[in-house]
Write a protein that binds this ligand. Structure first.
Ligand code: NAD
Ligand code: TDX
Length: 340
């Protein structure tokens, strides 16, 4: 079995590669990643020399390059994590989001059609459903909740999802989609809420909370997301969407206060800043479908996962300090310039 994992030098994709290499030592995993600012090849250094792992630096929008890789590897499964993933950046400049998240997805699926595939899996997000009001805690996103996006990022992800379903219906491509809530855990890029707050708190820097900090996210430990995708690509039904989330809703401000408390830092570091434009209020997933069909349930409770995550950032300072300093961008050339 050969699996192409796109975006595997990013946060969730790298965790997925580690998960798959652990679970299926006889699988071949090919990581395709452009190494944008969000990709960090040093994350993969522990598996780089594994005989059943290959890294290829490539843009998913590069049709010729993607076709050549499919011709060479004949993948059985493609799992597409590659995306521009940061909402704030999409508000600054939507264009690359449309290019990578929509056009890139179509290039990958065209290659799947051309060379044949057992499964194309699209890693999507709960943000495609828009948001829920704070005063209706009885409401949750199900797979049939209408798409109703707020940001250029979520709109590009929704566009890609529609394209994936269209390739299934029109061309019979064997696809699946997972729509997951906010992930946290090791290798989370320091521009996102949890790692940013940990790293700033450690340096006694201000902790910038958008708006009132009352926005709610449904947090899932990254390994639980990886297990869900593993189940969907092996046992999930073709043409189906699966929501992934663990009923773990937290207000941003409570997470930031918890990080302060755990690190012994004063809450006076918290600084309320201008709100994100179009800021979604609340995300909350109903994971009934993946639970009843595939038996998936989250295994890591937030109280344990957040402690493990903080501990990881304390013990992996080199990893994030190289990102904060910008040095990680030289890692590829230094270590692998003539190897891939
Ligand atoms: P990330 O930003 O950490 O990583 C993205 C990776 O994709 C990077 O390695 C980057 O180099 C690569 N990439 C970007 N553009 C590319 C291109 N054109 N060609 C090839 N590679 C490219 O993202 P993440 O947080 O790991 O998210 C992975 C996927 O999961 C995304 O599709 C995202 O929409 C989705 N998702 C993320 C979350 C979350 O909480 N982080 C939740 C739900 C869904
Ligand atoms: O400095 C900050 N201050 C702050 O208050 C940052 C970076 C964020 N926030 C708030 C905005 C959100 O309400 O924290 C919440 C989480 O923000 P992000 O970490 O940027 O994540 P979010 O916008 O929720 O999107 C994430 O989850 C869904 C991922 O980045 C997406 O790729 C995924 O689809």
């Amino acid at each position: 079995m050969t699996i192409i994992v796109t975006g595997g030098a990013g946060f969730i994709g790298s965790n997925f590669i580690f998960h798959m290499l652990r679970q299926y030592p006889d699988y071949r995993i090919v990581c395709l990643d452009k190494l944008t600012y969000a990709g960090n090849l040093s994350t993969l250094k522990g598996v780089m020399d594994a005989p059943n792992f290959r890294f290829v630096r490539l843009d998913i929008c590069d049709r010729e390059g993607v076709n050549a890789l499919f011709e060479e590897e004949h993948p059985d499964i493609v799992v597409n994590f590659a995306a521009e993933s940061h909402v704030d950046r999409s508000i600054e400049d939507p264009s690359v989001f449309l290019q990578t998240n929509i056009i890139g997805t179509s290039v990958l699926m065209d290659a799947c059609r051309k060379y044949g595939i057992r499964r194309y899996h699209q890693v999507s997000t709960d943000e495609v459903y828009g948001d829920l009001p704070l005063d209706r805690p009885d409401l949750f996103f199900t797979e049939t909740t209408p798409l109703h996006t707020s940001s250029p990022y979520s709109s590009s992800k929704a566009g890609a999802d529609l394209l994936v379903l269209a390739y299934h219906r029109t061309f019979g491509l064997p696809v699946s989609i997972s729509r997951c809530s906010n992930n946290y855990g090791p290798y989370h890029f320091p521009e996102k809420l949890i790692p940013l707050m940990i790293i700033n708190a450690l340096a006694d820097k201000p902790l910038p909370v958008y708006g009132t900090g009352e926005n709610v996210r449904d947090w899932l430990y990254v390994e639980d997301h990886c297990r869900a995708i593993d189940l969907i690509i092996h046992k999930g039904r073709e043409g189906e969407v699966y929501n992934v989330g663990g009923h773990n809703e937290m207000r941003n401000i409570d997470i930031v206060k918890l990080i302060c408390k755990t690190l012994g830092k004063p809450e006076s570091l918290i600084t309320y800043v201008a709100d994100r434009k179009g800021h979604d209020m609340r995300y909350a997933i109903d994971p009934t479908k993946i639970h009843t069909e595939l038996g998936w349930l989250p295994e890591t409770k937030f109280c344990d996962g957040i402690q493990k995550t903080i501990e990881w950032y304390l013990t992996h300072r080199d990893w994030w300090q190289e990102i904060v300093s910008g040095e990680y961008r030289n890692y590829y050339a230094r270590m692998y310039g003539d190897r891939t």
